[in-house]
Design a protein around this ligand. Structure first.
Ligand code: PLP
Length: 408
């Protein structure tokens, strides 16, 4: 008898985006002539930068000629890409990461989801609430949690991110082995200072724990005092893995490329306390289960780091940050508290006691604007909504005019 992995039964069906789609469809059916503006799902809207498109074309052209054609590529990604990532994303900021510590992949969702395979099933895991759901669900699938009760899984240490703690998770009171952190944060848009990350690095060292640091939104950081990488913190190389993505940085949500940094110093432990190289484990896992990112995509990604690419990518992100600023100003003028929107494409708005779905319905019905109800990201997300800056400036401006009228 073929038996199922029954851990999947514990998963809470994620109704969030399908519920949103259903409510929007119903609204649109009743109001067929209304232009609904979507500021909900965190997908980019602007085209790939010209330098990236040029690199992409060149890669395809090389594949069309036998002399330059490429088959399977190197397991960790082409050296031309890993070297430029190490130099420009890390070494230029004083973080001593080398090309052989970088693993190029098809995005941060797969890597943040797959990485947990490297750990024992009975470790203690700390996860923020609210949270990007992939961290939690992949551990449920792997059998690291108990049942779902009162909005939470057993055997997970939830770290509440609330207004009272500036949406910054506090160090767990009990000892944990694996910690998920994400800055700039999805969904709250909160950022972390060097001093705040330093506390986590110290905690991980003291407890022989590991930090999985998701930096998918680092390109939105404009405040030069904020760290873009956890490796800007001394000692982090021993206790942290970092995930990066070109999805939001360069408009790659449909092109697919990201990378994970696994420093050689990073160790995990056997049941008898012997050190095991995490780099070796991830290398083994990737070379067994993954066959790399397509050559033209790696060429396109390399172009992100060219002189023109850097200018164009900055312009792309500035565009979304300007949208975020328009949203923040409107929300502030209406007297709502919010976090994010600076150094982040997300604005996390306190609904002043409203249930997050009620707030969602209010904006949809009165302003024809779609946001994301915070409750979909965890119990602590409930009084909040998330508005995303990924849309055209025209749509964002119009949406905010309508929101002003609806909430005044
Ligand atoms: N990590 C966070 C926090 C995200 O919000 C997202 C995408 O929304 C991802 C990772 C996934 O990125 P990718 O498109 O590279 O898979």
């Amino acid at each position: 008898m073929i038996r199922a992995n029954e851990n999947y039964n514990k998963l809470q069906a994620s109704y969030l985006f399908s519920d949103i789609a259903k409510r929007v469809e119903e609204f649109q059916q009743k109001n067929p002539d209304t232009h609904v503006i979507r500021l909900g799902i965190g997908d980019v809207t602007r085209a790939l930068p010209p330098a990236v498109v040029k690199g992409f074309h060149e890669g395809v052209d090389e594949m069309a000629v036998e002399k330059t054609f490429r088959g399977y590529g190197p397991e960790q990604g082409y050296a031309f890409l890993r070297e430029v990532i190490a130099a420009q994303d890390f070494q230029s900021r004083g973080a001593d990461i080398t090309a052989d510590e970088i693993f190029v992949s098809d995005g941060a969702k797969c890597d943040t989801g797959n990485f947990q395979e490297l750990f024992a099933t009975d470790i203690k895991i700390a996860i923020p609430d609210p949270v990007y759901p992939v961290y939690l669900d992949t551990n449920v699938m792997a059998g690291r949690t108990g049942e779902f009760q009162n909005g939470r899984y057993e055997n997970i240490v939830y770290m509440d991110c609330l207004k009272e703690n500036n949406f910054m998770p506090e160090l767990p009171k009990e000892k944990v082995d694996l910690i998920y952190l994400c800055f700039p944060n999805n969904p709250t848009g909160a950022t972390a200072t060097k001093a705040e990350l330093k506390l986590w690095v110290e905690y991980a060292k003291e407890n022989r724990a590991l930090i999985l640091f998701d930096a998918a939104y680092e390109a939105f950081i404009r405040d030069e005092t904020l760290p873009r990488s956890i490796y800007e913190i001394e000692g982090a190389k021993e206790v942290a893995v970092e995930f990066r993505s070109f999805s939001k940085t360069a408009g790659f949500t449909g092109t697919r490329c990201g990378f994970t940094v696994v420093p050689k110093e990073c160790m995990v432990f056997s049941s008898t306390g012997e050190k095991i190289s995490l780099h070796r484990l991830w290398h083994r896992r990737q070379s067994t289960k993954f066959n790399g990112v397509s050559y033209p995509v790696q060429r396109a990604t390399q172009a992100v780091y060219s002189k023109e690419g850097q200018v164009q990518v900055k312009e792309l992100i500035d565009y979304y940050l300007n949208n975020a600023d328009i949203i923040c100003k409107t929300i502030a003028s209406l007297g709502f508290d919010y976090v994010g929107g600076k150094n982040s494409p997300y604005i996390w708005i306190d609904g002043q006691g409203r249930d997050s779905w009620d707030f969602f319905d209010l904006l949809l019905n009165k302003a024809s604007v779609v946001c994301t109800p915070g409750g979909g990201f965890g119990r602590c997300g409930n009084p909040y909504i998330r508005i995303s800056a990924f849309n055209s400036i025209e749509n964002v401006t119009l949406a905010m005019e309508r929101v002003k009228k609806a909430l005044r």
